[in-house]
Design a protein around this ligand. Structure first.
Ligand code: G3I
Length: 356
């Protein structure tokens, strides 16, 4: 199927000035200049998204242009996290999240919420909170329900809990587990569901592609939720990958997620290339090609799961200069489908190829 958006420009009202034998001028017809343009999401058989930063959206027209044009699903990279939304106990700061919601709504884009509960990005008032378990429960419930209720009917979905497990499948220590016990995770889903019964609720994590122990732990959690009637509708797999990740690992993760029967969101996709954290590394055509091939494989394998389970694929930010990877690994990298100037990399075309 061809989804080219044809932008036809008739330059100078289809004319140029020509000189006649008599020395006068007469219009010479000029064929219309056809600019072939594309929107990534229109090529894809499932919703294609990106996470975005609010200050880039506001201050960088190239960035917001790409976000508007290429993607149909939007996630806030940071603006809906606990620390961003709820900086002190009695203060909610909605400005950035509201901005993004209004922007996406105006552009007909789906909004995925990230994230109601996480062990990271907590404000000091939470990490220092000294209440008993009843006060902790009230605080947890209050935060989740205030945030979900504000965006009820506007957001399609939420990452309810993010990164509850360690890579070995054990439960990660956090202030939540410490103060509320491990089953607080079930109550997070119940609280979110009470506040917006129509929201699609995800458990989001990373490492499905390399840790079978984590897959098992997540699978057990989902089974137990189903048995107990805890509302969970989706599994988010972040897929922060290296460009040497294998087909076998990618397919193990995707097959596992599909077997849960839940909706599957590849929720934070990026493909880094600087495995050895080399400071002066140069991004070569060969690296770009290998990276593109990984993007293609992820899309291709994801596209084999049942349609009803395809919530979509979201990349973690837009252009290479915006990625969290370089600061996280302390070395340069180029993990995204757009370069630092928002030009399409080979990965862009590979994503389209993978979706065919
Ligand atoms: O906004 C402040 C800025 O004012 C300040 O000058 C600067 C100095 O460090 O910090 C800025 O905040 C940073 C924020 O990103 C916005 O850039 C925080 O320090 C930094 O910790 C934060 O990192 C984010 C990280 O989550 C922690 O919340 C990354 O951007 C974001 O990409 C990353 O995303 C996570 C997902 O939520 C969950 N899965 C893993 C993924 C990668 O870690």
């Amino acid at each position: 199927m061809i989804y080219f958006l044809l932008t036809v420009s008739f330059l100078s009202a289809c004319t140029k000035k020509g000189v006649t034998a008599s020395g006068g001028t007469t219009p010479i017809p000029v064929p219309p200049v056809v600019v072939i343009d594309t929107n990534l999401y229109k090529f894809m058989p499932f919703p294609m998204g990106a996470s975005v930063g609010i200050s880039l959206m506001k201050n960088n027209a190239k960035y917001s242009g790409v976000v508007t044009k290429e993607y149909i699903s939007i996630t806030a990279e940071n603006a809906m996290k606990f620390g961003a939304l709820h900086p002190s106990e009695t203060v909610y700061n909605w400005a950035d999240a509201d901005y993004l919601v209004a922007y996406a709504q105006a552009n007909g884009q789906r909004i995925h919420g990230h994230t109601l509960n996480w062990y990271q990005n907590l404000p000091a008032w939470v990490t220092n909170f000294s209440g008993d378990s009843i006060a902790w429960e009230k605080m947890l419930k209050g935060h989740i329900q205030t945030v979900v209720a504000r965006y009820k009917g506007k957001l399609a979905s939420w990452d309810v809990v993010n990164e509850y497990f360690n890579d070995d499948g054990t439960i990660r220590p956090s202030v939540w587990v410490k103060n509320l016990g491990p089953d607080y995770i079930a109550r997070c889903f119940q609280y979110a569901n009470q506040a917006d019964p129509d929201a699609i609720l995800f458990y989001n994590d990373y490492g499905h592609e390399y840790s079978s122990a984590k897959r098992t732990a997540i699978g057990n959690l989902i089974s137990s939720f189903k048995t107990r009637g805890i509302p969970i509708h989706g599994i988010g797999m972040q897929f922060h990958m290296t460009y040497t990740q294998t087909d076998a690992n990618i397919s193990a993760a995707i097959n596992f997620a599909a077997a849960t029967g839940l909706k599957v969101h590849i929720s934070e996709l990026d493909v880094r290339v600087n495995n050895n954290k080399v400071q002066g590394l140069v991004f070569t055509d060969a690296m770009a090609a290998q990276q593109a091939d990984r993007y293609k494989q992820v899309v291709k394998m994801y596209n084999t799961i049942p349609k009803a389970q395809q919530f979509g694929i979201t990349t973690w930010n837009v252009g290479d200069a915006d990625s969290w990877i370089p600061s996280w690994q302390g070395a340069p990298d180029w993990p995204l489908p757009f370069d630092a100037n928002y030009l399409r990399k080979p990965a862009y075309k590979a994503i389209i190829e993978g979706g065919k």
